[in-house]
Design a protein around this ligand. Structure first.
Ligand SMILES: Cc1cc2nc3c(=O)[nH]c(=O)nc-3n(C[C@H](O)[C@H](O)[C@H](O)COP(=O)(O)O)c2cc1C
Length: 348
């Protein structure tokens, strides 16, 4: 029997199963609202969503989140997602490029610049834990140069590795390994979680590293603990995965923590962000940009046009939220206060 590739099995589960952490306020944004301004004193046509992110101009503070590459199916999804990102002039992140090191023939599935040469901002990606499994500066430069990326993500996924049947869980000593390799990379480096969020404890460790920034990927969206529990045949491992499906820090909380502890670094919010209103809330909490993954994967599975439409919808919602809070620029959103929803029937 042919073994199904892990990336393809993740893609099938994400496209066919319920893999999100669903609750009324899983990502922490629902209990926060903007102070709607009925006299915004600006014209909607004057709202500008463009920003500069890591030295690159993008039309909106949005990144297509890191997901895939390494198989023909993954390569086709990367191509569609990259074309959609280029059409909307937003950032695009590759999924883990580990496969490129194991099998150089998979490079084409990550070579999105060839399909979408006008992508404004491209991120490479590999698991930080790979630094404990033989990946060093030479391999990392190979990953950066092999795809021509502008910046690079190391993902941090201890929960996923703990539940994954073939998980790599030797996380000891990674802080000092990261300190050593980051200056060798030749492009700005960011650290990202994959769905359990960056906490205050982690942000304090990151503060001492020469990284350009972080991506929060808090709870409320795709749950890797749940996905890995669906992949394992071992009932104990499966039960453990289910138990930890909600483990972590909600995205809104993680954004606020990262902004406070990493005031001079880039903070990208992600984890269950599903609308332009939530994008606006993340920006008001101090994020510089916001990444969305699962909804864009599902759109790209249908067509490039569907993915473009999904991105355009999020950008239009952001534009409307900016208009209704009197913000001409994304920078002004960071000055807007979010109000915690109150129960007016309760006694003070
Ligand atoms: C199919 C799929 C594959 C993913 N693969 C990676 C990966 O290889 N590297 C990575 O850093 N994150 C990966 N992620 C995590 C996302 O980048 C993101 O952090 C997470 O899914 C939360 O965002 P969401 O709720 O918008 O999906 C993947 C997500 C999905 C849906």
């Amino acid at each position: 029997m042919q073994r199904i590739d892990r990336k393809d099995s993740h893609l099938s589960l994400c496209l066919e199963e319920e893999v999100e952490f669903r609750s009324d306020d899983g990502n922490g944004f629902a209990s926060l609202r903007f102070d709607h301004d009925a006299l915004p004193e600006i014209d909607r046509a004057d709202v500008r969503t463009g920003i500069e992110l890591l030295g690159k101009k993008v039309a909106a503070p949005i990144v297509v989140g890191a997901m895939t590459g390494g198989t023909p199916r993954a390569g086709e999804l990367n191509r569609r997602l990259a074309l959609a990102a280029a059409a909307c002039q937003v950032g695009f992140a590759l999924g883990s490029q580990r496969k490129m090191l194991q099998d150089p023939s998979t490079r084409g599935s990550f070579a999105v610049r060839e399909a979408a040469p006008d992508l404004p901002l491209l991120f490479g990606n590999v698991g930080a834990v790979q630094l404990n499994y033989g990946v060093g500066p030479r391999e990392l430069r190979q990953l950066v140069e092999g795809v021509g990326c502008d910046a690079f993500f190391f993902h941090l996924n201890p929960l996923q590795e703990a539940i994954q049947p073939e998980g790599q869980t030797r996380f000891a000593g990674l802080v000092s390994r990261l300190r050593a390799v980051v200056p060798e990379m030749g492009v700005p480096v960011l650290l990202k979680e994959v769905g359990s969020g960056i906490s205050e404890t982690t942000a304090r460790k990151i503060r001492g590293l020469p990284v350009a920034g972080v991506e929060t990927a808090g709870t409320g969206g795709t749950s890797w603990s749940h996905i890995e529990s669906l992949r394992t045949a071992d009932p104990v491992q499966r039960g453990t995965g289910e138990r930890f499906a909600r483990w972590g820090i909600p995205t809104a909380e993680s954004v606020a923590v990262c902004r406070r502890l990493l005031p001079d670094r880039v903070v990208i919010a992600s984890g269950g962000v599903r609308s332009g209103i939530e994008v606006a809330k993340a920006l008001a909490l101090g994020a510089d940009a916001v990444a969305l993954s699962l909804p864009l994967l599902r759109a790209a599975e249908r067509s490039v046009e569907t993915a473009v439409e999904a991105l355009k919808r999020v950008i239009e919602e952001l534009r409307t939220a900016m208009f209704l809070t009197g913000c001409r620029t994304v920078g002004e959103l960071a000055q807007r206060q979010l109000v915690r929803a109150r129960d007016l029937t309760a006694s003070p």
